[in-house]
Every structure is written in structure tokens, then in C-alpha cells.
Design a protein around this ligand. Structure first.
Ligand SMILES: Cc1cc2nc3c(=O)[nH]c(=O)nc-3n(C[C@H](O)[C@H](O)[C@H](O)COP(=O)(O)OP(=O)(O)OC[C@H]3O[C@@H](n4cnc5c(N)ncnc54)[C@H](O)[C@@H]3O)c2cc1C
Length: 430
């Protein structure tokens, strides 16, 4: 091996929720892992961990119990959602392991094992989700009980309006009040990341509590836009609750999302600590397959150039927005391995003529068809490569936005792909 060559067992391509989770689960199993890809996408992510709440899409049926919904969709053989390839106990294990990871990393989440929870959104709706950041849980309770509650907004932070929350929810929640106050520090405009960093300073929280306290009156809880710290949100949240003397909660709002950024930072830090070789913000063009069954990836140029040899790859490059898939006039293609993509018969069938059709658009079910080992299939229906696996939103037969299963899909398919890699490539049992 030359100085510019590195070896690993598993190479994960794509650093969104699926890629990060795959690297996490692989490192949990002691597999030598490299993770490469852009990370920016996580800043769009609300921080809520959806598992499944809408099925079938066309009826818009909302499920309180996500596992029941998954059980129902697993019976639909006409459209094999990736969940249908994972046993329920393995899915639960994946979600449990992920929650343990978050809590050990200082970013606690709350789950009700068999129930979705309803989180207040910035547009004044209630959103069903499975895993809720600890900093948002008091809002779940307040919404459930419709208790007296104060929603605080700041004119400096665009994209969050306490008035919108109060006006939309007010009819069904008459005890909801709004408060608009200046953010401490005399800012003109505040970006979410800036506000979150300000909140990490004690004098900022002290001043904020001073401003809010006179308006508290009968409020049993206080909601803020989700900017309660980036690095130490749990401490910021705890301190604000202490100062106000009532439960405090965050409301997720438009990207860039601070809860998404928190998750990204935790992943970046923890994966490096666990020995994962990370190459963030490195675009990947191609990954040639070796005759030996492994893969080779060239990174960088000139004196910075080096090679990674891997026994197997997990592809988790997402869909169109992230550029894992590309829609062209002639068809939709996968961008790194040129794998066949399950897609509507032609361009005219990609979208429904009714843009807001509840059934969605066929293009949103496009993606990679896989076998039971999460290996993408070639045109003949066989695994394209024996050691190539796929996870996350690049998989076909799911519309995670409408089914509200984004993170659950990423986490559980990443887990399944790692287990498949272990069995198929490393030859161990799980
Ligand atoms: C705006 C928004 C809001 C969301 N809100 C929620 C929510 O409320 N609840 C929920 O559960 N989920 C939510 N999600 C979805 C959740 O984050 C998904 O799990 C996710 O987007 C799908 O994850 P993924 O890792 O499969 O793909 P992506 O998140 O798309 O990640 C793929 C990554 O691969 C990288 N990549 C692609 N091609 C290459 C290449 N050639 N070289 C290097 N890197 C590459 C991309 O840059 C990207 O970072 C949200 C997502 C978005 C975008």
C-alpha cells in the first residue's frame, strides 16, 4: 500500500441522514469505515424524526401508531416500500440504537414507543412525528392539553411569526397567546444560526427572561422559535426554563434549521471520535469496481491526491435535490454508478396534472430497486454489484415527504444495509 492509499472495509457515499446513520451503525459494529459526501442538506432538516404517519398516500390516512402503518404497507406487494424488506424487530433495534446514540451525544430525543407525537409547527399546524427533540417536548404536552401557553416571536428573526401560530391554532386553542418582543442585543436582522449562538450566552438568556417574565401571567408553557443554542441546546433550554419557572419548548421553522444543524454537528464530532474516516464536502464522480469485488475511490488532486480501497460501498446520495438522481429529458439517472432507476414510463407521466393532488407525483416514487440485501439491481433484475448496497431516499417505491417517513427510512435502511454488508461481504452473522 502506498502512502497515498488507504484501506477500509466500508465506504459510505453521501453524508445526509442515511449516510451518517450508516457510518454510525458500521462504527458501532467495529467496521473500519470511511464516509464521504456533502453535508449541507442536514441544515434543511427540521430535527423531527418521522417514522411513518400517512398511508396510503392517496387517502391521506394519518396513523397514531407508526408500527401499525408500517405493518399495513408491508402487505402491499404491488409497491414494495423499502420498509417491507426489514423485519419489525430490526427496525425497532435501528431506531433504539439511534436514540441511544443521540442521548449519549447530549442531544436527547423523546419517543412514545408505539405512538406518534404531535409537534406544533411554525405555520400553526400540528405535525405527527415519532422522535421529538427534548427541547420541543413541552410543546407536545401543551398542544395535547391545550393549556394556557405563550408563543414568543422576535421581529429580527424572519421566517417565524408567533402571530401566524396563534391565528391558525387559536380557534382550537383559545388559551394560546402571542408575544412579540425585541431579541436582546439591539440587532436589526438575526439569522437563525446567529440567534442560536447568542442564546448560548448567559447574559442574553438573562435579558430575555427579564423581557418575557412580565407577560407570563397564567402561561403554563412558553414556546420560542427553534434557536435555543447550537452546541449546548439542552443546557440553554434548561436554563431558560429555570429563569421563567415554566416549561419551555422550541417550534421548528424555515431552514436553515438549527435542530438539523445540531444533528449534523453531533454526527460529525461523534463519527470522527469513533474512528470513522470522514471526507466532508468532497464530491464523488465515479467509484470504479475492482475485479476482486471491492471499489476504488480517488480523492483530491496533485499532491493532495489519495486513494481509498473498500471492500464494499453503501450508496446514500439522496434524490434530485441532493443530486443522487438526475432528471434529464431522456430519463432519470443515478449519478455515480449509472444504476438503472425505477421511474415513470416517460417524462409526461412524471407529474400529476393536478399539482396539489393528494396522491402526489409518480416522480416521487422514483429511485433504485433493490433486492432483500439492499443491493441495487441491474437491468436484468440481478444485483448490479455483489458489494454495493443502498440506503435512504435514493430507494424506489417511497414518497417520504407525503408518507412522513423521511428519517425513519434513512435510519432503518442504513441499519439494514450495514447488516447486509456484514453478512454478504464480511461473512459474519448478526
Ligand atoms: C427541507 C427538509 C425538511 C425535512 N424535514 C424532515 C422532518 O421533519 N422529519 C423527517 O423525518 N425528515 C425530514 N427530512 C428528511 C430527512 O432529512 C431525510 O431522511 C433525508 O433528506 C433523506 O436522507 P438521505 O440521507 O437519504 O438523503 P439526503 O438528505 O438527500 O442526503 C444525501 C447526501 O448525499 C450528498 N451527495 C449526493 N451526491 C453526492 C456526490 N456525488 N458526492 C458527494 N456527496 C453527494 C448530498 O450532498 C447529500 O448531503 C427533511 C428533509 C428536507 C430536505
Amino acid at each position: 500500500m502506498s502512502a497515498s492509499e488507504r484501506h477500509c472495509d466500508l465506504l459510505v457515499i453521501g453524508s445526509g441522514m442515511a449516510g451518517m446513520s450508516a457510518a454510525l451503525f458500521a462504527s458501532n459494529r467495529g467496521i473500519s469505515t470511511a464516509l464521504i459526501g456533502n453535508t449541507g442538506g442536514m441544515r434543511f432538516f427540521s430535527g423531527l424524526l418521522d417514522l411513518m404517519s400517512v398511508y396510503p398516500i392517496a387517502s391521506g390516512k394519518i396513523w397514531e401508531n407508526p408500527w401499525e402503518a408500517i405493518r399495513m404497507l408491508s402487505k402491499d406487494h404491488s409497491c414494495p416500500h423499502p420498509y417491507s424488506r426489514i423485519k419489525p424487530d430490526i427496525m425497532k433495534k435501528a431506531m433504539d440504537d439511534f436514540m441511544v446514540f443521540l442521548s449519549e451525544s447530549g442531544l436527547s430525543y423523546h419517543i412514545d414507543p408505539d405512538r406518534n407525537q404531535t409537534v406544533i409547527t411554525s405555520v400553526g399546524t400540528g405535525k405527527q412525528t415519532f422522535g421529538v427533540p427534548h427541547t420541543m417536548t413541552a410543546g407536545v404536552r401543551a398542544f395535547q392539553e391545550k393549556s394556557p401557553c405563550l408563543i414568543v416571536g422576535f421581529p429580527e428573526i424572519k421566517g417565524f411569526s408567533s402571530r401566524q401560530v396563534q391565528e391558525t391554532m387559536g380557534k382550537s386553542w383559545p388559551l394560546l397567546r402571542l408575544l412579540n418582543v425585541r431579541f436582546p442585543g439591539g440587532f436589526h436582522v438575526l439569522y437563525p444560526e446567529q440567534a442560536a449562538k447568542e442564546m448560548e450566552h448567559e447574559p442574553c438568556r438573562e435579558k430575555l427572561a427579564e423581557i418575557v417574565l412580565p407577560h407570563l401571567k397564567d402561561a403554563a408553557a412558553v414556546g420560542f422559535p427553534a434557536v435555543l443554542g447550537v452546541q449546548n441546546s439542552m443546557d440553554v433550554h434548561r436554563d431558560l426554563e429555570k429563569r421563567l419557572g415554566v416549561p419551555v419548548f422550541e417550534i421548528p421553522f424555515l431552514p436553515p434549521s438549527i435542530p438539523g444543524l445540531r444533528l449534523q454537528m453531533v454526527f460529525q464530532q461523534q463519527l470522527a471520535e469513533r474512528g470513522v474516516q470522514t471526507f466532508f464536502q468532497e464530491p464523488v464522480d465515479k467509484v470504479p469496481a475492482l475485479d476482486s469485488g471491492g471499489f476504488l475511490l480517488d480523492i483530491g488532486e496533485g499532491t493532495d491526491h489519495f486513494r481509498i480501497r473498500a471492500k464494499g460501498v453503501i450508496l446514500s446520495t439522496g434524490r434530485f435535490f441532493s443530486k443522487g438522481l438526475k432528471a434529464e429529458r431522456t430519463g432519470i439517472r443515478e449519478t455515480i454508478f449509472n444504476l438503472p432507476v425505477c421511474q415513470p414510463a416517460d417524462r409526461t407521466c412524471r407529474h400529476n396534472t393536478d399539482f396539489f393532488a393528494r396522491s402526489g407525483h409518480d416522480i416521487n416514487m422514483a429511485g433504485l430497486a433493490i433486492d432483500d440485501w439492499f443491493r441495487p439491481l441491474d437491468r436484468s433484475g440481478r444485483p448490479a454489484f455483489s458489494a454495493l448496497f443502498a440506503a435512504g431516499s435514493i430507494l424506489a417505491y417511497q414518497d417520504w415527504i407525503r408518507m412522513k417517513c423521511g428519517s425513519g427510512l434513512s435510519i432503518t435502511t442504513a441499519y439494514a444495509a450495514v447488516e447486509a454488508f456484514v453478512q454478504q461481504v464480511l461473512g459474519h452473522d448478526f
